[in-house]
Design a protein around this ligand. Structure first.
Ligand code: SF4
Length: 368
């Protein structure tokens, strides 16, 4: 019988304190928690039976209540620039995507040692940003902390690489799953867990203002990226339905709150869409907003999404837009997205798979 059929809990999603409580309640010494977490996060064992410094009866007891990962690797798509996207099957037959972006040459031509993964936080998404495949089929469920942590461990196992940079920019709105997000961040950043520096972790949100404030109070120096995509409410409303609930004023109030708690610069992400948000007027307003919170601006020319029919602006327009913001003294990047040829925009691979298997109906074109 598999761990999933036994309906046990994944050890990957437990904090040190959770495990210590388990062992204390079981009449064992709390240091057993440290031993178990060393097997999981350092030795990377695949089975509880491999934890040989625990007695056989204790391993049996642990196995009765817990399992390790319950994700299965089903597909990899790699692109010419070596960005790879992995599709994982979850215990309930749903799918989740994780993108691995290995080291590449930086602007100065030097090799970067950065190995990034873009993790998902939900199956599907309820927020329906108009450029995004994840929103096309709606929301299914939150990922557990174990499923968030598990993505990183699976990618390291498959690639043999050590990940040192994490972005929560995959499928789902991380701040709509804030409890599991914070639990996973604790596991990822702790010395007893994956031990990744918080400064190398970026959480990206569509702009859930109250949750931004809550995350600001989580006491580790993670970074924050905002999917802005419109500098005024009328333009942002066209792209980000979330803006109807938390308009730009409230969003920026939460960003001021964030700045009081964290030193790291906020990034404003802005997908440039022809004729929608690429006017020079939007660029000027965006520059002012960025200046007000001392933010960086990342400009991303629109990436074609099957089922959506927006188009990317000409390079000339992209550069002109960038020059206005950079000219105002804002740290600005204009990047040609990696993984364009592997459906790297969040949610596209999972959408294809679940549609092919009849789990979700074929997406309809989003109207605007
Ligand atoms: S961009 Fe993020 S928040 Fe918006 S629909 Fe896609 S997954 Fe959801």
């Amino acid at each position: 019988m598999s761990a999933i059929e036994k309906n046990t809990t994944s050890l990957l999603g437990l904090s040190k304190k959770d495990l210590e409580t388990f062992f204390t309640n079981a009449g064992e010494k709390p240091y057993r928690a440290k031993q178990v977490q060393e097997w999981i996060f350092q030795q990377r064992v695949q089975e509880i039976s491999e934890m040989t410094n625990l007695s056989a009866p204790l391993r049996e007891r642990l196995s009765a209540e817990f399992h390790l990962s319950d994700m299965t690797h089903v597909e990899t798509k790699g692109s010419a620039d070596t960005t790879r996207k992995f599709l994982f099957r979850l215990h309930d037959g749903r799918y989740v995507e994780t993108v691995f972006i290995p080291a590449s040459k930086g602007l100065n031509g030097r090799q970067s040692d950065r190995k990034t993964i873009c993790v998902s936080s939900q199956v599907g998404c309820a927020f329906g940003c108009k450029f995004c495949a994840s929103g096309l089929a709606g929301f299914t469920r939150n990922l557990s902390a174990a499923e968030i942590v598990g993505q990183m461990m699976m990618v390291e196992k498959i690639t043999g690489d050590t990940i040192n940079n994490i972005v929560f920019m995959g499928m789902g709105e991380p701040l709509a799953n804030i409890k599991n997000l914070i639990q996973s961040l604790e596991i990822i950043t702790s010395h007893w867990g994956l031990n990744i520096g918080a400064r190398h972790i970026t959480v990206s949100t569509s702009g859930l203002a109250p949750a931004i404030k809550k995350l600001a109070e989580f006491p580790v120096p993670i970074r924050l990226a905002i999917s802005l995509h419109g500098a005024t409410d009328d333009v942002r409303d066209l792209i980000m339905p979330v803006n109807k609930k938390w308009q730009i004023k409230e969003l920026f109030e939460s960003l001021h709150y964030w700045r009081k708690h964290k030193k790291q610069k906020i990034s404003l992400e802005y997908i440039l869409i022809q004729g929608v948000n690429d006017s020079m007027e939007q660029a000027s307003i965006l520059a002012k907003r960025a200046k007000g919170i001392n933010a960086k601006v990342n400009l991303i020319p629109y990436n074609t999404v099957e089922g959506l029919d927006w188009v990317r602006p000409s390079e000339e327009v992209c550069y002109a837009f960038r020059d206005i913001i950079a000219g105002a003294g804002i740290n600005t990047t204009l990047r040609l997205e990696k993984g364009h040829d592997i459906n790297a925009a969040c949610g596209q691979l999972r959408l294809k798979k679940e549609t092919a298997e009849g789990i979700i109906p074929a997406p309809v074109k989003a109207g605007r």
